[in-house]
Design a binder for this molecule. Structure first.
Ligand code: NA7
Length: 543
């Protein structure tokens, strides 16, 4: 890390995760001066912070990486099908070392505000310790999930034991041996950590509000021959993910409705995908995320698996989700349901009897008090807008991003990359881009490359500012909502819609039209001289 000697940059980027690291490399290679600010002590973003036991990614390792450098692709080798947090963090460290990125990153530095100065056409950016910097371009690489949500439960301060949030896990780890542990939350973080904590703890109590739809990950070490073939054929893999629906290699398995098959045929089809493991269950038929009756068939299949696995029928019933599959993020698991057959694990339904308070001794629900030594909050994040709102971002006339979105009645962006009223500001995987429903490195690379190309274009054409037009933004936002409303993705209560945060306005902020279509749209916008944006030189503005 180098301290800031020069306070004026072509571009300032926030975040040194997948997005910020590549943005740095992309703009540095193009000859721009750039500085990345990172609140954490090192690179990694979510993979720096989420060190809870069992943390891993649900994307196959071979596609959970950058593809822009053939050298990096050839030199790095993943060890197993699904990468664990520590391995992903090693990968990002490897990339940072290889490209010598750290010399342009300032760690342990939180950005508190970014204000657009209309007179000088610069972003004024302030750090927590009061330093003020300026840049022509302000780029957010803050990611979707860094604003940890610790629910406001009465009495937390009085708890005599220790408590942790999965998204801010201590680097030295947590010793669960001989402890009575409570985990609140059964989303991805809870479902990944519960089987591991159960093996160590004296007793584990799981406080479940809504059960997840879990399907087996079937993680396994990679075979060297598979790795050799993958490296030899990477251009084909890259091509496939970039033009796919979700940035994964999985394709639609049966191009017909789930309702076209008999129950026996469906069972066979689901079973095949279940055996394969990974995220393809939702691709078994073409209408699972479109038609509630079709969706019910996959829900029923997973519920039957829960009954088969969990020995106590009452516990099995509690673990069965009944909402639409995929309207909350489905989870890949390793021994999750099996964990509830252990003697030292109990399940508490806090939808039926909600948590009332945290006491000095543990957690009290409407029905009972549970004595605990450690509480783990696997309670998720204020997703998508949360990380942006942690910074006071203000565009023209001092209007904040928060005010803009609140005043207009809903979040709206142009392509999930730009905002009307916020010139020369870009978001990597911002709201209304495919982001959360995709294999993120694929989406991140596309955004970083688009933003890099755009900034180069502006330099080549002597453009001072670029700003999304209100009409283009409204049209994009409307389009996003319209296509989401035709699917079942937007019909659940989760961080996809903001429903997990008390008082947060609801809105489905993901473009569901697919990675390939989205790339095409972004490329068309660029090819038409940045259609939907106003570009201004010192002399004139062109819309
Ligand atoms: P999620 O998926 O948002 O899950 C959070 C869980 O915590 C979920 O089961 C919530 O229940 C539960 N929760 C939240 N607040 C409470 C309170 N107050 N009481 C009881 N239970 C609560 O977060 P994760 O960290 O697991 O995963 C986030 C993403 O990371 C995931 O989607 C992947 O993309 C990777 P609810 O469902 O709201 O009833």
């Amino acid at each position: 890390m180098k301290s800031t000697q020069n306070n004026n940059f072509d571009a300032i980027v926030i975040g040194a995760g997948f997005s910020g690291l590549y943005m740095l490399q992309r703009l540095r290679e193009a000859g721009f001066s750039i500085r990345v600010f990172e609140a954490n002590g090192d690179v990694g973003g979510v993979w720096y912070a989420n060190r809870y036991p069992g943390a891993k990614c649900d994307s196959d390792s071979i596609i959970y990486n950058y593809t822009f450098s053939e050298e990096i692709l050839q030199e790095w080798t993943w060890t197993s099908r699904f990468p664990e947090q520590a391995e992903i963090l090693s990968y990002l460290n490897f990339v940072a070392d290889k490209l010598d990125l750290r010399r342009d990153i300032q760690f342990n530095t939180r950005i508190t505000s970014a204000h657009y100065d209309e007179v000088n056409k610069k972003w004024k950016i302030q750090t927590e310790d009061g330093a003020i910097l300026s840049a022509k371009y302000f780029i957010s690489g803050v990611g979707l999930l860094n604003a940890a949500n610790v629910p406001n439960i009465k009495g937390l301060d009085s708890f005599k034991g220790d408590w942790y949030h999965t998204g801010k896990w201590p680097h030295e780890g947590v010793d669960f041996k001989g402890k009575r542990v409570g985990v609140i939350g059964t989303g991805s973080s809870g479902i990944q950590s519960i089987p591991i904590i159960a093996q160590e703890a004296d007793h584990l109590t799981v406080f479940q509000r809504t059960p997840g739809y879990c399907t087996p990950a079937r993680n396994h070490p990679y075979d060297p021959e598979f790795i050799r073939q993958t490296k030899a054929n990477y251009s084909e893999i890259r091509n496939q993910t970039r033009h796919s629906l979700t940035g994964y290699l999985d394709q639609l398995i049966n191009n017909r409705s789930a309702l076209d098959d008999t129950p026996e045929e469906r069972e066979r089809e689901y079973q095949k995908v279940w055996e394969r493991g990974g995220f393809a269950m939702g691709l078994t038929y073409n209408d699972l995320m479109l038609n509630p009756a079709a969706n019910e068939t996959i829900g029923e299949f997973i519920r039957s698996k829960i009954s088969e696995t969990v020995k106590d029928p009452e516990v099995a019933e509690k673990l069965k989700p009944t909402y639409l599959y995929g309207s909350k993020r489905p989870v890949l698991d390793t021994n999750y349901y099996e964990t509830f057959n252990r003697e030292n694990v109990s399940l508490v339904d806090v939808k039926r009897a909600p948590i009332v308070e945290i006491t000095p001794k543990g957690i009290r629900t409407e029905e009972a008090e549970y004595e605990l030594d450690i509480i783990v909050f696997a309670t998720g994040f204020d997703g998508m807008t949360g990380p942006l709102f942690k910074i006071d971002i203000r565009g023209k006339e001092g209007v904040s991003l928060k005010e803009k979105w609140a005043n207009g009645g809903h979040v709206r962006t142009y392509l999930g990359i730009a905002n009307a009223g916020f010139p020369n500001m870009f978001m990597v995987t911002g709201p209304e881009s495919p982001s959360a429903l995709t294999n993120l490195p694929v989406s991140i690379e596309q955004h970083v490359e688009w933003i890099g190309d755009c900034i180069e274009y502006l330099r080549e054409n002597g453009v001072e500012t670029i700003e999304a037009n209100v009409e283009a933004e409204e049209a994009w936002s409307k389009h996003c909502r319209e296509i989401a409303d035709k699917t079942l993705y937007s019909k659940g209560d989760s961080w996809y819609t903001g429903a997990n945060i008390e008082g947060k306005p609801r809105g489905f902020l993901i473009y569901v039209g697919g990675v390939g279509n989205y790339r095409k749209k972004c490329d068309e916008v660029a090819a038409k001289g940045y259609e939907g944006f106003s570009l201004s030189t010192n002399r004139e503005t062109v819309s």
